[in-house]
Design a protein around this ligand. Structure first.
Ligand SMILES: Nc1ncnc2c1ncn2[C@@H]1O[C@H](COP(=O)(O)OP(=O)(O)OP(=O)(O)O)[C@@H](O)[C@H]1O
Ligand SMILES: [Mg+2]
Length: 322
């Protein structure tokens, strides 16, 4: 199962991701954390140190080559590495990431932290990327990794970059649940409406949920209830004394010190995620449709020819080996 925390800058994506991860760890649920934010703040909240070694960033060009080579495996439908685009789906011969296995080649090479809760980091702009690239180019390698994973019973928790990058790519289709964190402000509600519209257009509106965050009072929580339609709203988090304290000390989130209401909300998110679990092979059909659309664009066909043959109609995650 895969969940992404999305939303406006500063609304609490990283905090919610970390709270949810710490909640899952407390309940002995295996989790793979992915920091896909330009501001990489997940590691300290999980107790994994202040900074992630930049040589481990998934979006480093040499790491991209290594990851694609690994995922490609012996898939004959990918003629050369340059043809491995962000929407390229797995096929026979692809080497999938085995999330349940800490010794998985890519997890062991690129993740930090506890074996039961490894953290992958997409990374910031490389110096060569400044001015010529935008962050969603960095997210392409994340798209490849997400589409080449075996779900199993591991929960993948992604702290997404602010904004709506998820809708410019295959990302929206890769998650079972998108949780938007919304502050009790006019701007927060506007961002919700924007996500609502984009999710509708992308056909994933049933997977969009909202958590109100940074409510200072019960009036703030009421404001969220007044403006977010009930079917979307999972609950609202009040400003937390523990979260403020660790902001000062730089310590990890200690889930046993988090307010009860917030922990109950984490349980609600976990239940909601289970209820929305999408069968991997069903999701694959969507990924195939997105691939056809993406590689049908002129700039791809002119450069690489017809890449629709990368779709392997007989591939199934259920039968594939890790
Ligand atoms: N419920 C809360 N109680 C107290 N402080 C909070 C709460 N939620 C978030 N914060 C604080 O608000 C700030 C922004 O939160 P956070 O970093 O999680 O947002 P973000 O959406 O990930 O931001 P960015 O877009 O910069 O990545 C942080 O200092 C965080 O500690
Ligand atoms: Mg963040």
């Amino acid at each position: 199962m895969k969940i992404a925390f999305v939303g406006k800058g500063g609304s609490g994506k990283t905090t919610l991701s970390a709270l949810f991860i710490q909640y899952l760890r407390q309940h002995k649920q295996r989790v793979v954390a992915i920091d896909a934010d330009i501001n990489m703040h997940l590691a300290p909240l999980l107790g994994y140190g202040e900074l992630v070694d930049s040589t481990l960033y998934l979006s480093n060009p040499e790491n991209i080559r290594d990851i694609k080579t690994t995922l490609k495996g012996s898939n004959p439908r990918i003629k050369e590495l340059a043809h491995f685009r962000k929407s390229t789906p797995p096929g026979h011969g692809s080497q999938l990431i085995d999330l349940s296995n800490a010794a998985d080649p890519l997890l062991s090479r690129y993740a930090i932290g506890q074996a039961e809760a490894p953290l992958l980091t997409v990374g910031s702009y490389g110096t060569e990327g400044i001015g010529v690239s935008c962050y969603h180019n960095n997210l392409a390698i994340l798209e490849n990794m997400l589409s080449h994973m075996r779900d199993g019973n591991t929960i993948v928790v992604t702290d997404m970059v602010a904004g709506t990058d998820a809708f410019a790519s295959t990302l929206h289709a890769q998650f079972d649940l998108l949780v938007l964190s919304v502050e009790p402000t006019k701007r927060g509600i506007e961002v919700f409406k924007q996500y609502q519209q984009l999710s509708e257009e992308a056909g994933v509106i049933d997977r969009l949920r909202v958590v109100g965050n940074k409510a200072r009072s019960h009036e703030d929580a009421q404001f969220i209830r007044d403006h977010i339609p009930a079917p979307f709203l999972l609950g609202t988090i009040l400003e937390s004394a523990h979260l403020r304290e660790i902001e000062r000390t730089g310590e990890a989130i200690a889930i046993e010190q988090v307010e009860d209401d917030t922990c109950r909300l984490m349980a609600t998110i976990a239940d909601e995620l289970k209820a929305h679990r999408i069968d991997a092979d069903t999701r694959l059909q969507t990924l195939h449709a997105l691939h056809r659309k993406y590689v049908g664009q002129d700039f791809i066909t002119e450069r690489f020819g017809d890449l629709t043959s990368q779709i392997d109609p007989d591939f199934s995650y259920a039968e594939a080996h890790a």
